[in-house]
Design a protein around this ligand. Structure first.
Ligand code: GLA
Length: 726
């Protein structure tokens, strides 16, 4: 049993294989957090301390007890109005205009399996893989009910949190802030690791001590964003990849979010993650229910590598769905960097011919095949095939490509619209714009109002009409700007638009996945602008970045690896000089870097030499050999590219019988010291044979001192080493 309720002291204990989470409904009915960390037994309510603290208010029912204050006690559901002045998880504007709530414990329920959330993505698990705890909280005055949901997946060391808020009162209320997870720590020095970036340079790693005050990251862009990822790691200040305590919080949501880390007046730490409260004021009429998207949490007492692996396994096996979830994904040739908007059916066919010759599985026709779309100024929204440009019907093009033995995939951006499009001319009110105000343009496009069902219905129908024209086996779902002008003609409550937009997006994606269960959906938002756990529920891989430069990708993929499995990272070999940086890197290096993810090409093979084409053939064979290991194995970061001269990583099978180690030189200097790559996770005492060097090595020495990387003349050399246990 992973969830235990102790009747006497009203303590809830959640156990996973290696972790324990504990909380208590105390004598006043507040739900206090007791413990989250390494697995343990017993009741930890001795951790609660009480003292008369000046300017820390006391709930009325504490009577004369001035030592009882919510400003100091660790909680599961901190809210406005209890005398807690730290960051709240939930804020409600009541019917009478007040902002106070006081949620108290009313009861609970423990059930087998993992809860789901209507209309929202969530981790799933069967009855014997998970348990769910629902804790019912109520505000006695307003009758608002909050059901806190805890999903416990013991084998994966995963605990999920979500909440259902019901207006059981009689008047209209507004939800002003709703965060799914709150972690309160009574002591300890922590660092907050967050992932910031920009278009073409996503998920850089920032590690900062949690200091007095609040450090907050988030997005108010309506998408999870390139700028901050909805994933946080809280690590002990001395925690490393291999040792020490750390916690992960990952938001299963693709819209605006907020993460906060605060050190309070008594050096206690609070971390919150959930919906952004900017542009958020969600109306709930009597009996309305609101679902807070879930946060996936994990704890590791043995460093960051294990923490990442916990998330990887959970997302790969209990969040991704569909036919491609467990498969090695097809190797793609994407037309974007090969020809941008400049193509015809015949030139796409020629790319497919190269694909067939090189052993590439699938040709993806990117942006430019629909409407009047020869640049990004027009056509977006007009989802009918431009047969004039293609010179043939889509069906005939797909047939010709399939007859080469090559699969066919296609690009869409259903959320976007150009003002110069038939759709916008017919339905200008379908775009998010504020009346009497000029909208903010971005990439010369506007955003369609996905909070409205009629908009989605229309687009879904148009998309199906295209998808039904032939054997389409892959869709790239793109989204090329941030939301602005969040005003919908479908409602009077504009504070609901961003959330409803995301619900609309999920509804669309769910319909798509249901109607086309065999289509592989790849998420994309100008590369990695919506790389989040929410999208993984619908699209098991995401184009990781519009930056395909192998050197930059090392950093982007390093940051991404903290929270997401490498099978979710779409990574392609592109031409040199690279189109985003102008950098020239060796072909082998580009292949090695792209093989850290779901692999493909982003170039015109017609422009390559015979020698390079031969390299592609070999690269693909190589990739296919190692892909099952990369897909299912454990991932280790072997260096920190932000600090080291090399970038190195490892995939190792769970039984440690085989490992693929990749390393890339980031720098080259005269008379350079040797870099050693230390392996991880090998079986102590065992011997390993390495294919390239044809040598056998002792596991302990490989893990202790490592293996020297030969110093080679020239920039950016890459090395791949494949070890098998002998
Ligand atoms: C975005 C994507 C690219 C490409 C273009 C097409 O930037 O990330 O891969 O599809 O759009 O316009």
């Amino acid at each position: 049993m992973s969830i235990i309720f102790s009747e006497n002291d009203r303590v809830f204990t959640l156990h996973t294989k290696n972790t324990t989470y504990q909380m208590k409904a105390d004598k006043h009915g507040f739900l206090l957090h007791l413990y989250y960390g390494r697995r343990t037994e017993g009741c930890m309510d001795y951790l609660l301390t009480y003292a008369d603290r000046g300017f820390s208010g006391n709930p009325y029912d504490a009577g004369k007890d001035r030592t009882y204050s919510m400003d100091v006690l660790p909680q599961e559901l901190p809210c406005q109005g209890t005398g807690d002045y730290r960051n709240p998880a939930i804020v409600i504007k009541n019917t009478d205009g007040s902002y106070d709530s006081g949620f108290r414990y009313k009861g609970h329920n423990i059930s087998e399996g993992k809860y789901g959330i209507p209309g929202l993505p969530a981790v799933y698990a069967s009855g014997d893989e998970a348990q769910t705890l629902e804790i019912y909280m109520e505000d006695a005055v307003t009758k608002v009910q909050v059901t806190l949901l805890y999903g416990v997946l013991p084998e994966l060391d995963i605990i999920t949190r979500s909440a259902v808020i019901k207006n059981a009162g009689t008047g209209k209320i507004y939800l002003e802030k709703a965060q799914a997870a709150c972690l309160d720590f009574v002591n300890g020095d922590y660092d907050l690791i967050s992932f910031y970036g920009r278009h073409t340079m996503e998920r850089n790693v920032q590690r900062m001590p949690v200091a007095h005050g609040t450090q907050s990251v988030g997005s108010r862009r309506g998408t999870s964003s390139h700028q901050y990822n909805p994933m946080l790691v809280l690590a002990g200040s001395k925690t490393t990849e291999d040792a020490g305590s750390c916690y992960a919080l990952s938001f299963v949501y693709s819209g605006s979010f907020k993460g906060e880390a605060e050190k309070d007046q008594f050096n206690q730490t609070r971390v919150l993650l959930g919906l952004s409260d900017d542009l958020f004021s969600y109306p709930l009429e009597a009996d309305d229910v609101f679902y807070v998207p879930e946060v996936v949490m994990s704890y590791s007492s043995s460093g960051l590598a294990r923490l990442s692996q916990n998330l990887h396994i959970c997302f790969r096996t209990h969040l991704c769905r569909g036919k491609y979830k467990d498969c090695v994904r097809p190797v793609l040739l994407n037309s974007w960097e090969a020809s941008y908007f400049n193509f015809t059916g015949e030139s796409i066919y020629q790319l497919a011919k190269h694909a067939a010759d090189l052993g590439i599985d699938m040709l993806v026709m990117d942006d430019g095949w629909f409407g009047k779309r020869d640049d990004d100024y027009s056509g977006l929204g007009d989802w009918y095939v431009n047969e004039e440009k293609l010179g043939e019907s889509l069906g005939s093009l797909i047939k010709r490509i399939n007859s080469l033995g090559v699969k066919f995939g296609i690009w869409f951006e259903p959320e976007g619209v150009n003002e110069d499009s038939q759709l916008f001319r017919e339905h200008p009110d379908w775009a998010l714009t504020v009346p009497d105000r000029n909208p903010v343009r971005s990439r010369y496009q506007l955003v369609l109002d996905f909070s409205r069902k009629e908009v989605i219905d229309y687009l879904f129908d148009k998309m199906c009409r295209v998808l039904d024209q032939g054997n389409i086996e892959y869709v790239k779902w793109d989204m090329n700007r941030s939301l602005s002008d969040c005003y919908s003609r479908g409602t009077k409550d504009q504070g609901r638009v961003q959330y409803d937009y995301v619900l609309g997006l999920y509804d669309f994606l769910e319909r798509l996945a249901k109607r086309y269960p065999d289509i592989l959906i790849e998420g994309c938002s100008g590369g990695g602008g919506r790389f989040d756990a929410g999208m993984l529920y619908y699209a098991p891989q995401t184009w990781c970045s519009d930056n395909s430069d192998a050197m930059d990708r090392l950093f982007i993929q390093y940051g991404t690896s903290f929270g997401y499995p490498m099978s979710a990272v779409a990574a392609h070999v592109s031409a040199v000089p690279n189109h985003q940086t102008g950098r020239i890197t060796p072909f082998h290096t580009r292949g090695t870097v792209a093989m850290a993810g779901s692999f493909g090409y982003e170039l015109d093979p017609g422009k390559l030499s015979e020698e390079e084409k031969q390299q592609i053939r070999e690269q693909i064979q190589n990739y296919k050999k190692y892909a099952p290991l990369a897909q299912n194995g454990l991932y280790y970061r072997l260096s920190d590219p932000f600090r080291d001269e090399i970038s190195a990583w490892e995939f190792i099978s769970e039984d440690a019988s085989e490992a693929l180690v990749s390393a890339v030189m980031l720098e080259i200097h005269g008379n350079m010291p040797v870099n050693y790559v230390r392996l991880k996770g090998l079986e102590a005492g065992a011997m390993y044979y390495e294919k390239e060097s044809k040598k056998t090595y002792a596991a302990d020495a490989l893990m202790e001192t490592g293996i020297p990387l030969p110093v080679q003349m020239g920039d950016y050399h890459a090395y791949q080493m494949y070890f098998t246990k002998v």
